[in-house]
Write a protein that binds this ligand. Sequence first.
Ligand code: 26Q
Length: 832
Amino acid sequence: MKFDADRFKENLSARLKRQYGKDISQASKHDLFDAVSASVLEIIMENWMATRHEYEKKPVKQLYYLSAEFLMGRALSNNLINAEISSQVKEVLKGMNIDYDMIEDQEPDAGLGNGGLGRLAACFLDSLATLDYPGHGYGIRYRYGMFEQKIENGYQVEYPDNWLAHRDPWEIKRSDLSVTVKFGGNIAYGKTPDGRDRYYIENAEEVTATPYDMPIVGFGTGTVNTLRLWQASSPNGFDLQLFNNMEYNRAVERQNSAENISAVLYPNDSGPSGKALRLKQQYFFSSASLQDLVRHYVADHGTDFSKFADLHVIQLNDTHPVVAIPELMRILMDEYNVGWDDAWNVVTHTFAYTNHTILAEALEKWPIEIFQGLLPRIYQIVEEINRRFMIQLREKYPNDYAKHGRMSIINDGKVYMAWLAIHAGFSVNGVAELHTRLLKEQELHDWYELYPEKFNNKTNGITQRRWLLSANEELSEFITKRIGHGWEKDLTKLKGLEKFTSDKDLNELIAIKEHNKRRLADYLKHAQNEIIDADSIFDVQVKRLHEYKRQLMNILHIMYVYNKMLEDPNYKPAKKTYIFGAKSASGYRRAKSIIKLINTVAERINNDRRVNDRLHVVFVENYRVSVAEKIFPAADVSEQISTAGLEASGTSNMKFMVNGALTMGTMDGANIEIVEEAGKENAFIFGLLTDEILKIERDHSYNPQEYLERNPGLAKVVEQLVDGTYDPTHQLFKELHDSLVYGVEGNRADVYYVLADFDSYCKAQDEMEKLYADKKAWAKACLMNIANAGKFSSDRTIEDYVRDIWHLKKLPRPVEGSALTEKKSAKKTAKK
Ligand code: 26Q
């Protein structure tokens, strides 16, 4: 984008003066961050407005990505890079004696998501804008995002994430576009002003939804799309009458009840909460978004909705926004008098659904009492959808009553959100090859039989702009020096790196990794006073804490190595730093015990002089996007060790790969595709395969005891969970112990095959150490991983969605002053 240094400086000073009444010398760090960001937004604004005008000028099909989560992280550095004004802005600031890194660090993460699903949504928005596609996000402006994690006495303690303590310079409130969302009340039937009969709701609780827009800046293009987040408030404020009667609590009750809806992100990333407030959140943003789209459509096209599906495609990020389906039916029928068949025709050509989890217990279902009480008219519509569906199903499978029950959208007193999405949507996709295969063959088999044409795979990806170009400047330079620019927009170009295997190349690669390891070490020293050895292997597992992700297997292996070192003083493994980062859902007791175990083992090992020169364990507090940006570039080993068949895709595996870490992993999720690209010889693959596990489960043939008997070292670490070694009370880790050995809460022992995979995990770890001893061979494997990461760009994922599902057209907005366009025009002139 065009950059005018003098104008930027003027702007900055003017902002400080107007917003804070200060000049540069008086401004605080935060004032500076705010003013710099506002000045950058001003530069972006021209393209943002121009992009919107372009979309409005001619009717083009647009994508709307509905998601309860957008895990955006920080915006300043990303927007500078995508707008290609990073070096210029840094230069200007330097000239003003302002430290850019200090400013960047003032920005709180926009942590409006739990983990993979939310971050995927953020990467998708980046790719859509970069590829010049008209695609936007719709979600919730949570007042409090993902909780802040502190570790106190080894335990996770949650604190509110007050990310809006200061004003957010990146958002624009659009009060003019507020809509009303209705909850509860009762269904009435009567005449509209034009004399037609229709349903409406009486005595509903009305909530105002106000949009806040954030710019999504494409890299090296003038395209700036929009992330629109809805905030809830009461249309009537508080009740002055009650206030005057001195009933203060009741006076603000209505206001509180409305504001609660967008108050806080649910911090559990599996299993429905079953809480009415969660459903309220879902309907709140789904309804507001649909009202927004329909209002806009009617303004342009009137109430003939036959073109709606040609101009809109709505991707549902898991089942969280699926209630948008009956909501669109309601808007069309009740507000615009469209008949059922026409409305259904619009709906079934508009929605597509992405599934992100294989765990059956994680499929969202809502008790009818909650659903109907909160959304009576929506429930009625779902009932009618299901009534018609069951007729269709009985015709197709006349005698298979079991199947009718399994597939009914309403069954057993509950509404099955995934069934609704699959039946009403035109596309169902999984997020990695294996995941999609398992959906077809196992979890969604009935549905695949009924609608085979709807099923497709879209392997996840990540944006290289944030996770390589921005997070790892040194590696980016290394790459560009060898293959030139172009990989920022076409990651498959990295393939060209494969030939750079000279000693000089590899040494430079090693030096970059060392540099990034020291940078992470500095961060940990400063953030949590943890001192780590940048000369050791950084072996990293960062992701949400879940039993299926098997952080427990990782820490048990560390306990096992520790024992071995104590038993045999001659055993000198390579120097290693094991790094964990993970948040646990606040109510997930066993996950929390695993955090406590990791911290307990860490404290023991880190303080044991006999081993702490070669063995160190770190738990990174409050793992989040901005910290992830420091961790991936510094990692040597990427732990992707989920039980085969349970991790839908994983995306951290891709961020590690592109930053030159080697995968230590099971054949699960996208790991399979990663080793397919990188080569098995450049990864450490271990563990049971999905089909082996499926067979064991069919045969009921798993006997964890066997593995304990066969491996005394393993039996010992399992016993150490309860024998007082790590906990004198013998109680803290008893549940973990019992879950492995006996099974708890009606489950069989070792549900996630930790014991079955342990041996082969140890061997993979040994292999890893062996390779690391050969620095050159290791560096070459790093290079092969980087060079073959091209497939895992979210640009590729987005092109796959566009080709198979969205069918969007690019609307390029070439931009003056872009390195990319300049090079192209330079080439053109050269040709002339
Ligand atoms: C549901 C109901 C009530 C409250 C919370 C939720 C909820 C919230 C978040 C359920 C699930 C999530 C998030 C799931 C998630 O992040 N899944 C991950 O998605 C990634 C992107 O596709 C995959 O790479 C991961 O494998 C998958 O675990």
